[in-house]
Ligand binder design. Structure first.
Ligand SMILES: Nc1ncnc2c1ncn2[C@@H]1O[C@H](COP(=O)(O)OP(=O)(O)OP(=O)(O)O)[C@@H](O)[C@H]1O
Length: 262
């Protein structure tokens, strides 16, 4: 894993382990501003296959802006973002759709449709991306998705009948149903009690191992960060201020890093 640098404002170069890995997301010299608000200022980051990278940062640091740029929901002012070999900053809407089918996004608010059953919510991305998928295959994929999160019995229930932890599991099942190679998580454990939050951490890790996905995870929940992160990035002043394992950053002398671990 990449080491925290002695000068943490400089992003580390790759270690031998990373040098052998396959890069799935390569963000280089990214800039994004809204009017006078310069949110990202020369942000660079490489995420490797099967790696979980957690982005830490104060409220308003630009974490959500960053992952929205990665999925093509926001267009950066400058810089490049190569996702699974495609530069998303240069793609047409059709090509962006193709990339998005390989990149799952787990929203903080789950983004399930209240008026649809769990099954219909799970079928929705399948119908959208693979229009001609036979019903038998759709059924098999929905069943597998529900088995993955141990909620087979909820197929015909409405989201309003489920607890917060169950909703998160269903949202995760829906994210995984297209078998994405990359998953972007926006605060996956926010709003959950500590026990349920740890269950979600373990589920995320279990499914990551099963499907060999790579992830960028935004989280303020330090237990979640500790459990999930192969690498932690501190986004500060629009840049990658520190880059290292949880333990490396937790023991950093730099006060700006330290404050996140106190
Ligand atoms: N569409 C937009 N138009 C204008 N400003 C925006 C837009 N989206 C984000 N911003 C601004 O960009 C900055 C970063 O926002 P962002 O949502 O990425 O923060 P964050 O690090 O995810 O914060 P939090 O941890 O509170 O969710 C904020 O100042 C926000 O007001």
């Amino acid at each position: 894993m990449t080491k925290a640098t002695s000068n943490p404002s400089v992003k580390n170069t790759e270690t031998a382990a990373h040098a052998q890995g396959t890069a799935v997301i390569v963000i280089e010299h990214l800039y994004k501003r809204f009017g006078l608000n310069e949110v990202l200022k020369d942000f660079s980051l490489t995420v490797y296959k099967e790696e979980n990278v957690v982005i830490l940062g104060k409220s308003g640091a630009g974490k959500s802006v960053l992952i929205k740029c990665v999925i093509g929901l926001l267009k950066p002012d400058k810089g490049s973002i190569v996702v699974l070999g495609d530069n998303v900053t240069e793609l047409s809407d059709d090509d962006l759709d193709r990339v998005r089918s390989k990149v799952g996004f787990l929203f903080q608010a789950n983004a399930l449709y209240d008026s649809m059953t769990v099954r219909e919510n799970l079928e929705f991305p399948l119908r959208r991306h693979w229009i001609n998928l036979p019903q038998q295959e759709v059924n098999a994929m929905v069943k597998e998705a529900l088995e993955n999160v141990d909620l087979v019995e909820t197929a015909n229930m409405m989201p309003s009948e489920l607890s917060g932890g169950m909703l998160k599991r269903i949202a995760l099942a829906r994210t995984l149903i297209l078998k994405p190679e990359v998953i972007l998580y926006d605060e996956p454990t926010t709003g959950l009690d500590p026990v349920t939050a740890r269950e979600i951490d373990h589920l995320i890790l279990k499914l990551q191992k099963k499907y060999h996905t790579s992830s960028i995870i935004i989280s303020h929940d330090m237990n979640c960060v500790k459990n999930l992160a192969d690498r932690v990035i501190l986004l500060l002043e629009g840049k990658c201020y520190a880059d290292g394992t949880y333990d490396e950053l937790a023991h950093a002398a730099d006060q700006k890093i330290k404050q996140f671990f106190e």
